[in-house]
Design a protein around this ligand. Structure first.
Ligand code: ATP
Length: 216
């Protein structure tokens, strides 16, 4: 049987994962009727890791966060490499595993999308996936010059109309929850609670391991 699961990809450092990530991922998964939405924690150079919080712990928190939440999954391939991955490498690795037929949807925020021309081998990305741009309703949405032709050629007005295994761009308008990992780390460093900003299982893990506390 041909594998035609529709798979979304949502990368991030997830330091730690929070309800902003999860809510956004779930909304996109529902909108695009995805069979899987994979959260891909990214490797960081050692000097950019949060002190005392390892890649394995970031991964463990994402795993706890998606447990029992359909269709969210975790894909740890970027952490299995010993250095940060380019998105194109991740896509090639996924294609090697999943074949060419499976529709892949790469989620990127508007700001990241505007920087696309600086990504390694960026012009090949659409050979492997669709790009779903997460746009805030209030964002300034003038695309940079370098992306105008690409958008004219590849964008579709309705995300539900993305067809085939890849090659197209669509926009999804979402109002993100006002939560960031930076804020969560700061709150924890002050010894305050992040309950309701992260799933309970993540909260319990943070507390059990004493993560993000101010070192003293
Ligand atoms: P930090 O504050 O450490 O920069 P972050 O909360 O922005 O972290 P990342 O792991 O850097 O989280 O983000 C992964 C992805 O999630 C990015 O595409 C980012 O735009 C998106 N994202 C971050 N916060 C939210 C949010 N509140 N709602 C929806 N998406 C978010």
């Amino acid at each position: 049987m041909k594998d035609c699961r529709r798979i979304g990809l949502f990368g991030g450092t997830f330091d730690p994962v929070h309800i902003g990530h999860l809510r956004s991922a779930l909304e996109v998964a529902e909108l695009l009727e995805l069979d899987e939405l994979r959260l891909l924690p990214s490797a960081r150079p050692p000097h950019r890791e949060t002190p005392q919080v390892s890649a394995a712990q970031r991964l463990a928190m994402v795993e706890l966060a998606v447990q029992g939440v359909e269709p969210l999954r975790v894909d740890d391939r970027e952490l299995r490499r010993d250095k940060p991955s380019y998105t194109i490498d991740t896509l090639e690795s996924l294609r090697g595993e999943l074949g060419e037929q499976v529709p892949l949807y790469l989620l990127v925020g508007w700001d990241a999308f505007c920087g696309l021309p600086t990504w390694h081998r960026w012009e090949e990305l659409l050979e492997h996936c669709h790009i779903v741009v997460l746009q805030r309703p209030d964002a300034d949405s003038e695309a940079p010059e370098a992306l105008r032709d690409l958008l004219a050629a590849r964008s579709v007005a309705d995300p539900a109309a993305l067809s085939g295994a890849g090659g197209q761009i669509a926009f999804v308008w979402q109002t993100p929850l006002a939560v960031s990992a930076t804020q969560i780390r700061a709150v924890l460093a002050q010894g305050r609670s992040v309950r309701f900003l992260v799933p309970d299982a993540v909260l319990n893990y943070i507390e059990a391991h004493g993560l993000y506390r101010a070192s003293n």
